[in-house]
Design a protein around this ligand. Structure first.
Ligand code: UD1
Ligand code: CA
Length: 452
């Protein structure tokens, strides 16, 4: 690790027009989310691990959301989008007098790992300038590293400016550089915009530095997925894939068993305990916490749910925001729970809806039972005590309170509170007419014969 002090500049002023985001100006490219977190924040998370003296994010004019998302780090505005060198130029005000290393990263290549950043910084140690290369089977769209016959970097050529021969080079420029702070400003001033895009390319640094007798060191990564850039929506989905694979690996490292890892999707803030088993096709939205020894069966969807240890969920369960399951709860197939607390060992095993409910311990909520929590205007609360038996196909019309130990007969629509240990039945009295079916059948059959 280099002993020099470090500042990190992240370029993020691009509008991302190729992303086709709605709105007159569109969502800045780096604000598109990966596993629920803007891509710029993934890069910042990794950059922070290097403990730099400062992280400076270059934004464009009118990108208030981006400025807010990268707090508490420094932001500077690049007034005009005139190229990646122009963007670094805009950061110079924050680098005045700084003679440590400046690590320059692209906000739209957000999955670069801290170790690779460190390797790039170390490479700059000897010469004062380093770039990060990677061999890609399909290098289309990336700048290429052109090496001389001794294997040293001669120049970087952009796709649009490359000759046919240069386009066959598979060693690409990942876009990240490390530059000695003391020389950065002078080198930037020597970059011109005589190229296909009439932009100031940061990739001209090696040629400018060569005039000062400085050779550019090339650090390498052999993992193309960590340097993949994002220019269009299709790139977004392949970045998501890479990131999901990392989150899946992390969950496994932390003690979860994933039966078919490629079908499980995590959110950046998903918390999973130890000895958790997750069957195929499970989706975690924001704010989910899963305790130890939980089993999640196939096809479950979670958002904002906190699940204590020992619970069994699914298959086909949907747990929505504000759900709190205490220890050893069982949620079965085709069950939806929203904004409800479910007490220890309680069971909601089949085809049920529980919303805005406070349920005690050891209660059974049977098949087809639901809380009727919405009157068309407002949501209402259902309170269910401990050890309650709610029969099948029951409607609990909220607001309603069922006290400890009560029984609710199957098929009842409950509109009044039920005291402890009582039975509540709300259905019409059963009527059995003996022999009715046989008479009816005979009548029908004789009519059929007559008409034949
Ligand atoms: C850039 C590199 C290319 C490299 C690729 C890796 C240059 C000239 N090209 O190309 O060699 O292979 O990244 O992904 O550097 N930005 C600004 N201000 C600007 C222009 C861009 O802040 O004026 C920011 C963008 O927000 C983006 C990053 O810089 O985060 C890269 O810009 P982009 O236009 O996507 O560059 P590429 O064409 O992908
Ligand atoms: Ca890019």
């Amino acid at each position: 690790m280099s002993a020099k002090s470090l500042k990190i500049v992240i370029l993020a002023a691009g509008k991302g027009t190729r992303m086709n985001s709605p709105g007159s100006e569109g969502l800045p490219k780096v604000m598109h989310k990966l596993a629920g977190l803007p891509m710029i924040n993934w890069l910042i998370k990794s950059a922070e691990q290097l403990s730099p003296a400062q992280i400076i994010v270059v934004t464009g004019p009118d990108m208030k959301d981006l400025e807010a998302a990268v707090q508490p780090h420094t932001t500077v505005i690049q007034p005009e989008r005139n190229g990646t060198a122009g963007a670094v130029m805009a950061a110079l005000s924050a680098l005045e007098g700084f003679d440590g290393n400046v690590l320059i990263l692209l906000g739209d290549a957000p999955l670069l790992k801290p170790d690779t950043m460190t390797a790039l910084i170390d490479a700059a140690g000897q010469s004062g300038l380093s770039t990060l290369g990677c061999v890609m089977q399909n290098p289309y769209g990336y700048g290429r590293l052109v090496l001389d016959k001794n294997g040293a970097l001669e120049k970087i050529v952009e796709e649009q400016d490359a000759s046919e021969a240069e386009k066959t080079i598979t060693l690409v420029n990942t876009g990240a550089f490390c530059v000695e702070g003391a020389r950065l400003s002078r080198w930037l001033k020597n970059i011109n915009n005589e190229n296909a895009k009439s932009e100031y390319y940061l990739t001209d640094l090696p040629q400018v530095a060569a005039k000062d007798g400085v050779a550019t060191a090339v650090a390498m990564t052999n993992d193309p997925s960590e340097v993949q850039g994002c220019n269009r929506r299709a790139d977004l989905s392949s970045l998501e894939k890479t990131l999901q694979n990392r989150l899946r690996f992390e969950a496994q490292e932390n003690g979860a068993t994933l039966l078919d890892l490629e079908t499980v999707y995590f959110h950046f803030d998903t918390r999973i305990g130890v000895n958790v088993t997750i069957e195929p096709n499970v989706f975690f939205g924001p704010g989910v916490e899963i305790g130890d020894n939980v089993t999640i069966k196939a096809f479950c969807h979670f958002e904002g749910a906190k699940i204590a240890s020992g619970a069994t969920i699914g298959p086909f369960a949907r747990l929505r925001p504000g759900v709190e399951l205490e220890e050893d709860v069982r949620i079965g197939n085709f069950v939806e729970v929203k904004k409800s607390k479910i007490g220890k060992r309680s069971k909601i095993n089949h085809l049920a809806y529980v919303g805005d409910t406070d349920m005690g311990d050891d209660t059974n909520f049977s098949a087809g039972a639901i809380t009727v929590n919405y009157d068309g205007f407002q949501k209402h609360q259902t309170i269910i005590g401990k050890g309650v038996m709610v029969g099948s196909n029951v409607n609990l019309v909220a607001p309603v309170k069922i006290d400890d130990g009560a029984f609710i007969a199957a098929g009842s629509t409950i509109t009044e509170d039920v005291p402890a240990d009582s039975l509540s039945v709300e259905r019409t009295k059963a009527e059995v007419r003996k022999g009715w079916a046989a008479t009816y059948r005979k009548l029908k059959q004789s009519k059929k014969k007559k008409s034949a």
